[in-house]
Design a protein around this ligand. Sequence first.
Ligand code: ASP
Length: 461
Amino acid sequence: MSDNGRQEYRGVGRALLERFGVSVWSDVEVDTSRGHFRGIILPRSETADNEHVVLKLSSGYNVGIAVSAVQRITPRGRREAHYKIPEKQFPVGKEKPNVTLLGTGGTIASRLDYRTGAVIPAFSPGELYSSVPELADLCNLETEKLFGVFSENMGPQQYITLARRIGEEIAAGVDGIVIGHGTDTMHHTAAILSFMVQKPPIPIVMVGSQRSSDRPSSDAASNLINAVKAAAQCDIAEVMVCMFGPTSDEYGLLHRGTRVRKMHSSYRSTFRTIGDVPLAIIDPKRIEYLRHDFHPRRRDREVVVNTAFEEKVTLLYYYPNMHPDVLDAVVEKGYRGVIIAGTGLGHVNKPLYPALRRAAERGVHLYMTVQTIWGYVQMYVYETGREIMELGVVPAANMLPEVALMKLCWALGQTDDRDEVRRIMLTAVIDEITEREPYNGYLVFQGAIPEVQAFLRTIKR
Ligand code: ASP
């Protein structure tokens, strides 16, 4: 990095900083045609445009301000940030369980390299030990960075690599696996891994963070401690998600991989178990099991890894007046499977019927889920539902739309036989379809701690 105080700002951006006598790491007030901002000028990415200046606000968020909108910059001081995390030797102990942390990227793995805009993983055991020393009380930790992507960039290649690495780690004898992952699509990956890696003998715990570790309200450390504790000590040998539970950071929740969903774009307590009760409450001192119908930890090293995946599957979110050409286009493009997220109990409008029939006649596999997220597809209630079923659309019970998408990719990766695909889709691997949802569960699990706990007291465990 050049040391001229205007790191990587070029062109008009650089001229602007020079005009007001400020530089990278200056604490400034900026008046713009769009309002007033206070923050620290961050170095500019080498690859970014020249037309914006980036400020870190006291909230922790970064904003890009268009150079053309800036009226005045007033310097208020200078606050240089240091992002090097010191490495300390991770203490190893024979008596401690062995956990492997596989990194895929996302906010949890990131410190921003302000020079390149790239995300640097704070990921070696030594770095993690110096930032989160509590981890050393829980396990011997090995880490491996598989990818460094934000989770919108995850896809079949990453899913398959992950599934295989999990299989290898199990064979190598680890006691638990943690997967660091961006939160945005963590529920997609949790679902596909639940299908690709069946009956593992150890916990496989996905974890992320909504707020990066350079922000005071970051959930990175507490989520990581809870996830590592789950991997090292909990008795549930399944693919799970471990994230912030209530609105405060009192505990994390362990969610089953096929019943979990990101439900809020910015809250830390964004992951909820949908249509069911979470598996456990977890904090550094306790693991409180909320149910007992889980696969328990085993000593053997058996696991079924099946990485089948068909990419030509899509999810159509129905909206009133969706035109049939949308579905026709998908079929034309060679898609072999379509999950529909229908309205209410699983409906689409009548003009779509001929397109559904055409799709079914072309051998496209069609499944219905509900965009209400909570509840079951019930296609026998209204004539609409019955007609849609007659066209060849199969109701997918209470499978979440994203889970159904992942499952159909997995099923069609294995076979094109209609009955066999149907059998795979409708036979629950691990609770992606359940017999019933807890009474009023959808009300309390959106709430804060008192409601959740009151509810938990009422359910049969
Ligand atoms: N966009 C990020 C991701 O999903 C957000 C996060 O990690 O929370 O990778």
